[in-house]
Design a protein around this ligand. Structure first.
Ligand code: 1CP
Length: 360
C-alpha cells in the first residue's frame, strides 16, 4: 500500500467509505453531527477569542477545530469546520453569527427583483478558497486515521435562510415565495444549485473524501412542494458533482443526503445516486430500510437529546439502535446535531457503545 495517495497520507481507516459502498466492515463506522462545536470546552476557548466566520476563514484554526473531537473520541470521520451559510455569503449576502442568536442576514431577500443583487454562481469558488485550504490542511493533519467529510446545504434549505434571514419555526416567508413566486423560486434554487455543484467538486479536489448535503428544512415542504422545489435540485447536485469529480480524474466519492424531517421523501431519494441517506430520529429504522430498499446505506439516528440521559441509558439505546439497523450498509450517528449543553463524556459513551455492539 503506498504511504501517500494523491499527495495525501494513506487512509488507515476506511470503515466509513466501505460502509457507504456496502462493503463488509470490522465494526460500524460512527461520527456525530455537530461533533466540532460549543459542547467542547476547547472549542469555546477558541470561540471566545474569535468571530465565528473568521474562524471558518482561517484554515489553520478551522483545521484545529475540526480535529478537536478526534483527539478525544475514536471517530471514523472528521467533518470540516465551516457552515452551510458560506454559500449565501459567497453569493454576495451579508451573514452575521450572533452569539446566543445564531445566524442573521441583515438584508434578506424580500422580492424577486432582489435576485439581481446576487453574484454569479460561477464566482463563488473564488471566494471560498479558505474552505479548500482548510480541507487540504486537515486531510494532511488527519494522517489517514479517519475520513474527511465536506458538506453544503441543499438548495431549499439555503433559499429558506436567504429569505427568512434567520432560523424560523414556520419558514412562512420562504414558503410564501414558493406559492407566490414559483418562477423566481426556481431561478433562485438554480443559482444555489449551480454554485453548490462547483463548490462541492472543488471540495473533493481539495481533499474531501465524502460529501454530505444537508436538507435541514425538508420538514417544511411536505411531499408536493418537495417534488417540485427540492428533489430535482438534489438530483442535479448528485449527478453533476459525480460527473465533475470524474472529469477531474479523481475517484468517485460517496455522497450522503440528510433530509431532516423528510421521512415522506425517503423513497424518492433512494432513486437518486446518493450512496447514503441520513435519517432523523423520528423515523423508525425498519421503516427507513423498507422505504430505501437494500442498496443504500443508512445513517443515523439516535435522538440527540438521548445524550442528556445517563451513560447506562445511552449504552442500551445504542444497542437497540444497532439491533434495528444491523451492521451492514450502516453508519451510526445521531438523528440531528448535538446541542451546546451536552456532556463530552456522553459522546464518548455513544461512540464506545457503537464499537462494543457492532464488532463483526
Ligand atoms: O462538527 C460540525 O458539524 C461543525 C461544522 C458545522 C456544520 C456541518 C457547523 C458549525 N455548521 C454546520 C452545518 C449547518 N449550519 C447546518 C446543517 C446542519 C443542521 O441541520 O444543524 C445548518 C442548518 C446551519 C446553520 C446554522 N449555523 C445554525 C442553525 C440556525 C437555525 O436556527 O436554523 C446555527 C446555530 C449555526 C452556527 C454554527 N455552525 C457551526 C457551529 C459550531 C455553530 C455555532 C456558532 C457559534 O459558536 O456561535
Amino acid at each position: 500500500m503506498p504511504s501517500f495517495q494523491n499527495g495525501f497520507p494513506a487512509l488507515k481507516n476506511d470503515r466509513l467509505l466501505r460502509a457507504a459502498r456496502g462493503e463488509v466492515v470490522d465494526q460500524v463506522p460512527v461520527w456525530v453531527m455537530r461533533q466540532a462545536g460549543r459542547y467542547l470546552p476547547e472549542f469555546r476557548e477558541e470561540r471566545a477569542k474569535c468571530d465565528f466566520f473568521t474562524m471558518c476563514q482561517t484554515p489553520a484554526l478551522a483545521c484545529k477545530i475540526t480535529l478537536q473531537p478526534l483527539d478525544r473520541f475514536a471517530l471514523d470521520a472528521a467533518i470540516i469546520f465551516s457552515d452551510i451559510l458560506v454559500i449565501p455569503q459567497a453569493l454576495g449576502m451579508q451573514v452575521e453569527m450572533r452569539p446566543g442568536e445564531g445566524p442573521v442576514f441583515p438584508s434578506p431577500l424580500s422580492v424577486p427583483d432582489d435576485l439581481a443583487k446576487l453574484a454569479s454562481p460561477g464566482d463563488v469558488c473564488s471566494k471560498l478558497q479558505y474552505v479548500f485550504d482548510a480541507l487540504t490542511l486537515t486531510r494532511k493533519e488527519l494522517q489517514g486515521k479517519a475520513v474527511l467529510i465536506g458538506f453544503s446545504g441543499a438548495p431549499w434549505t439555503i433559499m429558506a435562510y436567504m429569505i427568512e434571514g434567520k432560523g424560523s419555526k414556520t419558514m412562512s416567508n420562504a414558503k410564501r415565495w414558493l406559492y407566490r413566486y414559483p418562477e423566481a423560486s426556481h431561478k433562485l434554487l438554480k443559482i444555489i444549485t449551480d454554485a453548490t455543484v462547483s463548490y462541492l467538486v472543488a471540495q473533493v479536489k481539495a481533499g474531501a473524501q465524502v460529501l454530505q448535503v444537508f436538507e435541514s428544512h425538508a420538514e417544511h415542504l411536505g411531499p408536493y412542494l418537495f417534488q417540485e422545489f427540492a428533489l430535482p435540485y438534489l438530483k442535479q447536485i448528485c449527478d453533476e458533482v459525480k460527473e465533475g469529480v470524474i472529469k477531474l480524474g479523481l475517484p468517485d466519492i460517496p455522497m450522503i443526503v440528510f433530509p431532516k424531517g423528510g421521512h415522506y421523501a425517503l423513497k424518492d431519494l433512494a432513486a437518486l445516486k446518493y450512496e447514503v441517506i441520513g435519517i432523523d430520529w423520528t423515523v423508525d429504522p425498519f421503516l427507513a430500510r423498507q422505504l430505501v430498499g437494500p442498496n443504500k446505506t443508512l445513517q443515523g439516528n439516535l435522538d440527540p437529546c438521548a445524550l442528556y440521559a445517563d451513560e447506562e441509558y445511552i449504552d442500551k439505546a445504542v444497542k437497540e439502535m444497532l439491533s434495528k439497523f444491523g451492521v451492514d450498509r450502516y453508519i451510526a450517528n445521531l438523528g440531528h446535531g448535538m446541542y451546546p449543553d451536552m456532556e463530552p463524556q456522553h459522546v464518548s459513551t455513544f461512540i464506545n457503545a457503537v464499537h462494543k455492539y457492532s464488532k463483526t
